[in-house]
Design a protein around this ligand. Structure first.
Ligand code: ACO
Length: 325
């Protein structure tokens, strides 16, 4: 049995942070941010919203689009680097918000590749016959873990959530395959030193701002481009699909220069690439389902299209998935 994506939904918080907002208090400019990243604005969750709130809203929309009803969901997987708290998991909290009593739920930590990892887990469960309808959510509130005084990270990230229901294929639409990779040896290129067991939240730790994400952007950039291109080609070769057959590339939205270099390496024109980084910045595990959700809403992705998802993120992790829509 093959699996397919039966419905997609997304939700972004209302508050918009423009580049001008950062200009107002940091040594940065709209021109630098636009040219170096492609980002013009991003969203910020309200103080009363948590990751599970965003995720539950996206999930409701995905379940509606899938037409399976809440009662049809057999498993909840939430990909996130910013859960409400270490436990209970964001997936359990989303389940409670959706009223899904007794449905198994767990979080998955694979940085910005989390949604592709989540779809891979879901499709494997569906293909095995173990579960029928798996809800995969990517939800993040990154504005709470980036240092508002660090211009090299705070301008990049935003909040949002996206979700999909993975179900048995009806024969037309199907997940054709995926490839996942990780290399923890590169972990310190993007890490959050002090929100786990490694460091206690002492005054010194807070003073050194170690409770905020640290990133070596320049080094990440080169690895991201190389590995996203490699994993895409590895997957297409394995499936015997030519690059020219891909109708849509839906990449993780981290930097427009990473996306356009990747498209060039894959020989795909930008007209076949889904880009919305200008509106939302990098929303980590939420970026691919938000981009997918928007492209479907706009009628760009149509049934029968070959859609290539590819992501790269903290871990480091990277992965690709090919879908016949
Ligand atoms: N405004 C103005 N100047 C800035 C800003 C800013 N917001 N941020 C950095 N600079 C400065 C730096 O301080 C540096 O100044 P210096 O030369 O005086 O030291 C200069 O700009 C160049 O810095 P670089 O880091 O070399 O700039 P680069 O062109 O590499 O762009 C960026 C930085 C945007 C972070 C880029 O490297 C990038 O996008 N990297 C990939 C990041 C990424 O993908 N991260 C996430 C991957 S995983 C995930 O998505 C969670």
């Amino acid at each position: 049995m093959k699996a397919c994506i039966r419905g997609v939904g997304y939700y972004v918080p209302e508050e918009v942070l423009t580049n001008q907002y950062f200009e107002s208090y940091l040594d940065t400019s709209d021109e630098w941010i636009t040219q170096r990243t492609g980002i013009k604005e991003r969203r910020r969750a309200s103080s009363w919203e948590n990751t599970s709130d965003l995720g539950a809203k996206a999930a409701e929309r995905a379940i509606k689009a899938a037409g399976v009803g809440r009662d049809g969901i057999d498993l909840i997987v939430c990909a996130t680097a910013t859960p409400d708290m270490p436990f209970p998991s964001a997936a359990c909290l989303i389940g409670a918000k959706l009223g899904l009593k007794g449905v198994p739920a767990f979080d998955l930590a694979a940085g910005c590749t989390g949604f592709v990892y989540g779809l891979a887990v879901a499709s494997s469960f569906v293909e095995s016959g173990r579960f029928r309808n798996v809800l995969v959510v990517g939800s993040e509130i990154l504005t709470r873990i980036v240092d508002p005084m660090d211009r090299s990270t705070c301008v990049l990230f935003g909040d949002g959530a996206g979700a999909a229901v993975v179900s048995p294929s009806n024969g037309a639409s199907e997940i054709l395959g995926f490839k996942l990779h990780a290399d923890g040896g590169y972990g310190e290129l993007l890490y959050l030193p002090a929100r786990g067991t490694a460091l206690e939240l002492t005054e010194e730790v807070l003073e050194k701002r170690l409770h905020y994400a640290k990133m070596r952007g320049n080094e990440l950039f080169k690895i991201a481009v190389r590995e996203m291109a490699n994993v895409s080609i590895e997957l297409l070769d394995e499936l015997g699909v030519g690059k020219e057959e891909v109708d849509w590339l839906v990449p993780h939205q981290a930097n427009i220069r990473i996306i356009s270099t990747l498209a060039k390496r894959l020989g795909l024109p930008m007209a076949k690439v889904v880009v919305n980084i200008q509106k939302y910045g990098n929303t980590s595990a939420a970026s691919i389902p938000i981009a997918l959700g928007e492209a479907l809403e706009q009628g760009r992705i149509k049934s029968g299209d070959l859609v290539l998802l590819v992501a790269f993120g903290a871990g480091l992790t990277w992965g690709a998935m090919l879908i016949r829509w």
